[in-house]
Design a protein around this ligand. Structure first.
Ligand code: GTP
Length: 324
């Protein structure tokens, strides 16, 4: 099977960081979000096709320098075509069926089991579903007793939501669904295409362990906690000469002599945390400097940012080279 990965969005909810860093390359528990998503794919996948748009070159360059275990091809859009348009643009030569993955969801999902379910029911699609309290930002499924999806409503008002089971952004689809997407224009897969596919048989596959849409700062940090707690952040011992608890996923060249750490931190290459500073529940990207006695909690610091001595930041997203 091949995998089609949607990776062309602007990531507006993570600005200012995403002005320079595409969302999918933000490191979470030690490596870019995209790489955690792809970790779910079986080893024998034939090809991964990245449907890129915004910052396509940055993504293609990163993937070239950090190879994946599968052959990878990037197909970029000159102008964003939306999720359906992106699928159509990049979907030539897809396998039947194929994996369709959003690149910004962190989940425990057994994709082999999803393929097995897809082949068993014989319909056109199998959509993973996650149960959430607030369904407003998502596509919501109405389900028959056998988990066949009988209606699909994108971003409904709470009173119009048919259930609490939402599109988790990981699925298996028959190649024929690509024929249902009109070519050459912006198309929303969720709004314009999926509802018309339901008659052909689309089934839900409920995720029961964890799932997070890592598209906002709070949820990104929650996704990081989930990954560490699930052992997907590696051993993550404290950096040399540092105190505290961790886990801290420390990239080569990062230093933190005399600094202290709480739980759940990613330190990018060449990041410097000076003596007396404390970091917890945060992402600190490459070349960022947290100066002496500063406190950083629940924050995401872009590349080459700076936190001044004794400064305290909580719940902030700082863009590339930002100073706080
Ligand atoms: P926000 O702007 O913060 O909502 O983030 P986003 O742009 O990533 O949008 P959203 O989270 O709704 O996107 C869901 C998935 O589809 C993500 O993996 C996006 O990268 C991807 N995506 C969204 N729009 C496009 C597009 O126009 N083209 C392609 N190829 N992918 C897209």
């Amino acid at each position: 099977m091949k995998a089609l990965v949607l990776i062309g969005g602007f990531g507006t909810r993570l600005r200012p960081l995403t002005h320079t860093v595409p969302k999918q390359l933000i490191p979470v528990a030690g490596k870019p979000m995209l790489y955690h998503v792809l970790d779910l794919l079986p080893a024998d996948v034939e090809e991964v096709v990245l449907a890129t748009g915004y910052k396509a070159e940055v993504i293609a360059d990163y993937v070239r320098h950090h190879p994946l275990r599968w052959p990878v091809r990037t197909v970029s859009e000159a102008e964003p075509l939306g999720t359906g348009g992106g699928m159509k643009n990049a979907g030539g030569g897809m396998s039947d069926p194929f994996f369709l993955l959003n690149s910004d969801v962190i989940a425990a999902a057994d994709l082999r089991a999803i393929v097995a379910r897809h082949l068993e029911h014989g319909g056109v699609g199998t959509m993973t579903l996650a149960e959430v309290e607030d369904t407003r930002p998502y596509g919501v499924a109405a389900l028959a007793p056998d988990d066949r999806i009988t209606a699909f409503v994108e971003k409904p008002e709470p009173e119009a939501a048919p259930s609490h089971w939402i599109n988790a952004g990981l699925g298996v689809w028959s190649r024929s669904v690509l024929d249902a997407i009109p070519p050459g224009r912006v198309v929303s897969w969720e709004r314009e295409v999926v509802p018309g596919l339901l008659d052909g048989g689309v089934y839900g596959f409920r995720l029961t362990r964890y799932w997070e849409d890592a598209g906002t700062p709070e949820r990104l940090l929650r996704a990081q906690r989930l990954l560490f707690d699930d052992g997907r952040g590696g051993k993550a011992p404290l950096p040399r000469g540092a105190l505290g608890t961790g886990p801290v996923a420390t990239a080569p060249g990062a230093t933190a002599e005399g600094a202290s750490f709480g739980k759940y931190v990613t330190l990018g290459p060449g990041a410097i945390v000076e003596a007396g500073a404390h970091v917890e529940n945060s992402i600190v990207m490459e070349g960022t400097r947290i100066e002496r006695d500063a406190f950083v909690g629940g924050s995401i610091l872009g590349p080459r940012a700076r936190v001044r001595p004794s400064h305290r930041i909580v719940g902030q997203t700082v863009g590339e080279a930002g100073e706080v």
